[in-house]
Ligand binder design. Structure first.
Ligand SMILES: *Cc1c(COP(=O)(O)O)cnc(C)c1O
Length: 364
């Protein structure tokens, strides 16, 4: 048996004609940077997410970094975020000279605990960066209320949650700035790197456009030190084809997740919770069990991929731990020893899901 974590080629096979002709169109047109496809894709994403602006950048990491720059976060500021996420979330905070403040998570949603956010606010807090981990929307209502009360910016890390919903809005549209990644394995994946920041504010959008293009408001006039961080036309052309399918892809992910949860009911593993506060888009399908390593081994032996996202919380990573010696986040520290993500993608078949569940049930 061979069941991978994701099958990035399946979508190409599905959409081959349209994608091939989109790529050929870019090659024939000859505009490769900030051309018509990037323009159109920005408008389409803004429309999809219900925001006034969308600014395309080179990666999800850059989206987070430039969003913090545009929001004016810098040296001496504190940004509250989750320790249970990919390193890029915290890297972006460190890039601008600010300090990540890690708060504990809810053990059932894996997302930042709003009470812990409230307890972590200080005079130096400048922004909160919720991460909609594994496609599950963060419980945003209390966080939005806190940030209004304390005048804090919200920069959402939506790298794993394109198309998710919360409080009747698309993920990314609830905060001041929402940041997406189009890394190939993400729900909306390019054939290379890519990212996007969405926002409603005209000044923030203008600032993002300047930062991504060498600090330039006008060609060869540079008013600040910016970056070279643009989405290229080829990726934008491909992403435009896939954007039309994103709701269908996310629906198939949800269907597969529900098949897993029904099949695994009663097996002893903890299956993902849908808290009813938003629409989960299952970037990952992540179970928990005390004998996680045994399940992982049994799946590996059967030729089935599975992965631990993430084995080490950020406050315990080599790069950060010296600064967080006194920080104890017990829920996160326990969750990382139990989580296991199973294969999930729109094209995953019912028989593959059954096979994965069989191996898990036998292992226990
Ligand atoms: C993938 C990811 C990023 C970074 O995106 P890139 O496009 O790879 O730079 C940031 N945060 C989270 C939670 C991610 O999963």
């Amino acid at each position: 048996m061979n069941i991978p974590m994701v099958d990035v080629n399946a979508q190409y096979r599905d959409l081959k004609q349209e994608i091939d002709s989109a790529i050929a169109g870019v090659l024939e047109d000859g505009r490769f940077i900030l051309g018509p496809n990037v323009n159109a894709f920005e408008k389409e994403v803004a429309h999809y997410c219900g925001t006034r602006h969308a600014v395309a950048v080179a990666s999800g990491t850059d989206a987070l970094h430039l969003a913090l720059r545009a929001a004016g976060v810098g040296e001496g500021d504190e940004v509250i975020t989750s320790p249970f996420t990919f390193i890029a979330t915290a890297e972006a905070i460190s890039y601008v000279g600010a300090t990540p403040v890690f708060v504990d998570i809810d053990p059932r949603t894996f997302n930042m605990d709003p009470d812990a956010v409230a307890a972590a606010i200080t005079d130096k807090t400048c922004a909160v960066m919720p991460v909609h981990l594994f496609g599950q929307p963060v419980d945003m209502a209390p966080i939005v209320a806190l940030c209004e009360q304390h005048n804090l910016k919200i920069v959402e890390d939506c790298a794993q949650s394109f198309g998710a919903q919360c409080l009747g809005k698309k993920s990314g549209a609830l905060g001041d700035l929402g940041c997406f990644s189009f890394f190939p394995s993400k729900n909306l994946g390019a054939f290379g790197d890519g990212g996007m920041v969405i926002c409603d504010d005209d000044t923030l959008a203008e600032s993002l456009r300047v930062y991504r293009n060498h600090g330039s408001y006008e060609r060869y006039h540079h008013s600040l030190i910016g970056y070279n961080s643009r989405l290229d036309e080829m990726q934008a052309a491909i992403l435009r084809v896939k954007l039309k399918q994103i709701d269908r892809f996310n629906e198939l992910r949800r269907r597969n997740a529900h098949i897993y949860s029904e099949t695994l009911a009663g097996s002893g593993v903890t299956t993902p919770l849908e808290d009813g506060k938003g629409l989960h888009v299952y970037h990952q399908y992540t179970i928990m069990h005390e004998r996680r390593d045994a399940i992982h081994q049994a799946l590996t032996d059967a030729g089935i991929a599975s992965a631990v996202y993430y084995p080490i919380p950020l406050h315990q990573q080599a790069v950060y731990k010296a600064h967080y010696r006194d920080v104890s986040l017990p829920v996160t520290e326990s969750v990382v020893t139990q989580v296991l993500s199973l294969p999930i993608y729109p094209e995953l078949s019912q028989s593959s899901i059954d096979a994965v569940c069989d191996v898990i049930q036998n292992a226990l």
